[in-house]
Structures are given as structure tokens and as C-alpha cells.
Design a protein around this ligand. Structure first.
Ligand SMILES: [Zn+2]
Length: 415
């Protein structure tokens, strides 16, 4: 055998050995993702509603996982808060009959930890761990009392956060890494809002924040939404450079969205929110562990890790406000009763679902319809949809123009 061929064979053998090691650690990482989601989305946690025993069990589990990985307490592992619910605290996008909400005190807790590398700045990595409990106001299965396990929303985000903690421990050293499992997200971003306003840790030292909310349903198209890409000029090049897993990344610039990154964006911190998309089990008892794509979660985690690596040399990211935020939060007196498709790229607002007994459904609108106009207002995107909605009163009727397949149609909608 010629020496050069022998050398080639040795190279080949060591390369395949390396591949085997890599795939071994991937297999065990996927196992750990599955274990974490399975525990958090188990019936015995009863849907992890904020203020319940099930949520506290989840918090204890996350704290133990932090300790095992080597994530230290950020002061304490538990940042407690309590909140008196008033109707004004309820997210206007969610269909809630305000008259049915009674004032009560709810106690929540964020599970907070840190990998402290003695660095001048810190990166925040977060995911909410609360969900809807037995249903109630936030459920899309109204009238059904059943455990909402929230495997995708958001056991998937918490498990991915824990895997990232494991990967970051003893590898990257130029920042500190703060991990937060948020409570109270489903009630209206309570935990993240409280953290930003009450942490003892100086938030001007936060380099950026990464939020994972619903990352468990990567589909065959491999479409991944990344919201907040306009919140720093550093994001776009890093997001492109980091995409080595052939994900179809759909960027949205806005730092404001329906999850915890919004609280950090509003404190002038660059943010990204990773999201594998809406599905028909969203906020329903059927959001279960069997439907989670663990390989997909591993790919999302790898992608996020690559983004962090790509920005490792940057001490502090510049913050930019995104143009599509409005100075005041629009408040709505009416609802169309739809689930918007947050991943939709085109003109208009595509419906991922219509809610039973609500105006859109009553008018004969369907999942997949793309709203183009409401009354006098052209609907180009989510923001103009919200503006359009803002002009109506309960009981009023208007014409909604929408696209279904290739055809445009008009219906009368009564709010
Ligand atoms: Zn969520």
C-alpha cells in the first residue's frame, strides 16, 4: 500500500471517528430536550398556570436543572412577584370578555440563573415556562376544561434554553450568560416586565436578549421566524452567517411582539425572538409532547448558539428602535376573533385560524384568508390591521375585503 493512500485512510478513519462522537453528543442532547419537555408538559403539572402548584413544580425542576448544569443563582434562583389582576392588564389581542375577569392576586416567580465569567457585559437568554393551566381566558378551546400541557408553548423554549446553558458553560467566556425562565407570560408578559424593572443586576450591562417562545414545531419547510432583527444593525449579518442548518429564516424587524422579548426591547435592549410558527394546537389541550419535533429543536438551538458565537467579539450591540412600533399601545374595543399568521410575508394579514362564535367566523371567513381592507383602512400587515381594528366600536358593522386563493371577496362583519 502506498504511503499516501495509508495517510488518506488514517485521515478518513479519524474523520469518521469525530463524526461518531458528534452524533453521540447530538443523540444525548436530543434525549435531554425530550426529557425536559416531557416533564414540563406532563399532566401532573396541570398546565403550569401562574400561581399554581404545577407552576411551582416546574420552577423547582428548572432550578435543579440549572444547578446540575452549573448555572449559579442570579442573586437567588427565584425572583418572586405578585400581581393584582385588573381588566386593563389583559392583552387586548386576546379574546377575553373583560366583564368576566375578577380582581385577584396571583403569585409568580421567575427562575433566574447566571454563568458568571467575570465579563463586563451579559447576554440574557430567556423562555417563559408558564402556560394556561386548565384552560380559561387564554384558551382557544373555550368551554372545555382540560389540562393545557403547552409542550410547544413553551416547554420547548425552556428545554432549548437549558441545552444552550449546557453548551455555553465552559465554552464562550467573553460575556456572562443570564438565564431566565419567565412566569406570567400568558397573563400578559408579567415576569419579563417585572424582571426588567426590578432586577438588582444593572440592565445597562445587558448586551442583548434572546427569547425562545414556541420552538418545538419546526416543519418540513424548516421555516423559522426570527423577530426583532431590526433592533440592532448587528443582527442581520450575524443571522445570515449563523445559518448552517439550512433553516428557512423569516426575519421580522419589530422588537414588539406577543412575548417576553418585548419587555427588554422597551428597555432599549436589542432582542431576538425565535419561533417555529403557529399551528392548530396553539393554546389548546392538544399541544402535547408527541407533536414536538426534537431534531428541529436541536437545529434551532444550534442556530442560536451560532448567532451567539458570531457576536462573541462584540462587547455591546448597538440598539435601534424599529419603525413599526406605535408610540402608544393600541387598545381595542372590538375583536375580529382570528389567529394571525405571524410568519406571513406577503401583503395583508393572513388568518391562521378563526374563533368559533366570533365576528370573522360569523361572517364566513376561514383559515387561510388574507385580510386586505377593513372599512376605509387598507390592511398591509399586522400593524395596519391593528390600526384598522382600533376605529370600530362594539355593535358596529363594516366591510372586510380579503383574498381567498386567487379570488378577492367582501363580507359584512359585525363586531
Ligand atoms: Zn408562549
Amino acid at each position: 500500500m502506498k504511503k499516501s493512500i495509508l495517510y488518506f485512510l488514517i485521515l478518513l478513519a479519524s474523520a469518521s471517528n469525530l463524526n461518531a462522537q458528534e452524533s453521540d453528543s447530538k443523540t444525548s442532547d436530543i434525549k435531554s430536550l425530550r426529557r425536559d419537555v416531557s416533564y414540563l408538559a406532563d399532566d401532573k403539572l396541570e398546565g403550569r398556570e401562574t400561581g399554581t402548584k404545577g407552576e411551582r413544580m416546574a420552577a423547582k425542576f428548572i432550578r435543579k436543572r440549572y444547578a446540575k448544569i452549573g448555572v449559579k443563582p442570579l442573586g437567588s434562583y427565584a425572583q418572586k412577584f405578585s400581581k393584582k389582576i385588573r381588566p386593563a392588564d389583559i392583552d387586548p389581542h386576546k379574546d377575553i370578555d373583560l366583564d368576566t375577569v375578577k380582581a385577584t392576586v396571583v403569585k409568580g416567580l421567575n427562575v433566574t440563573g447566571i454563568i458568571d465569567n467575570g465579563a463586563p457585559t451579559s447576554i440574557v437568554i430567556g423562555a417563559h415556562y408558564d402556560h394556561l393551566g386548565w384552560g380559561g381566558a387564554g384558551s382557544l378551546a373555550p368551554g372545555i376544561r382540560a389540562i393545557h400541557n403547552g409542550a410547544d408553548d413553551n416547554a420547548s423554549g425552556v428545554a432549548t434554553m437549558l441545552l444552550l446553558a449546557d453548551w455555553l458553560k465552559d465554552t464562550l467566556k467573553k460575556h456572562n450568560y443570564i438565564f431566565i425562565a419567565f412566569s406570567g407570560e400568558e397573563k400578559g408578559l408579567w415576569g419579563s416586565n417585572f424582571f426588567v424593572k426590578n432586577t438588582d443586576y444593572p440592565i445597562e450591562k445587558f448586551d442583548y436578549m434572546i427569547n425562545m417562545d414556541m420552538v418545538g414545531r419546526l416543519n418540513d419547510e424548516r421555516k423559522l421566524a426570527v423577530n426583532g432583527s431590526g433592533t440592532s444593525p448587528s443582527w442581520k449579518p450575524a443571522l445570515e452567517k449563523a445559518n448552517t442548518s439550512a433553516l428557512k429564516v423569516v426575519q421580522k424587524e419589530s422588537g414588539i411582539g406577543p412575548s417576553d422579548h418585548t419587555s427588554f426591547y422597551l428597555a432599549d435592549i436589542p432582542v431576538l425572538h425565535f419561533f417555529t410558527g403557529q399551528h392548530s394546537d396553539y393554546h389548546k389541550p392538544s399541544d402535547d409532547v408527541e407533536k414536538v419535533n426534537f431534531e428541529g429543536m436541536y437545529d434551532v438551538a444550534s442556530y442560536i448558539f451560532n448567532v451567539i458565537v458570531a457576536l462573541e467579539e462584540t462587547e455591546k450591540l448597538a440598539f435601534t428602535k424599529t419603525k413599526d412600533e406605535s408610540s402608544e399601545t393600541p387598545r381595542f374595543k372590538v375583536t375580529l376573533g382570528v389567529v394571525p399568521d405571524y410568519l406571513f410575508d406577503g401583503t395583508g394579514m393572513r388568518l391562521d385560524g378563526v374563533r368559533e362564535g366570533k365576528p370573522a367566523k360569523n361572517a364566513g371567513m376561514q383559515k387561510g384568508d388574507i385580510v386586505l381592507q377593513m372599512g376605509d383602512v387598507e390592511v398591509k400587515n399586522m400593524m395596519s390591521y391593528m390600526k384598522a381594528l382600533g376605529q370600530f366600536e362594539k355593535g358596529q358593522s363594516t366591510t372586510v375585503r380579503f383574498k381567498r386563493g386567487e379570488d378577492e371577496q367582501e363580507v359584512q362583519v359585525t363586531f
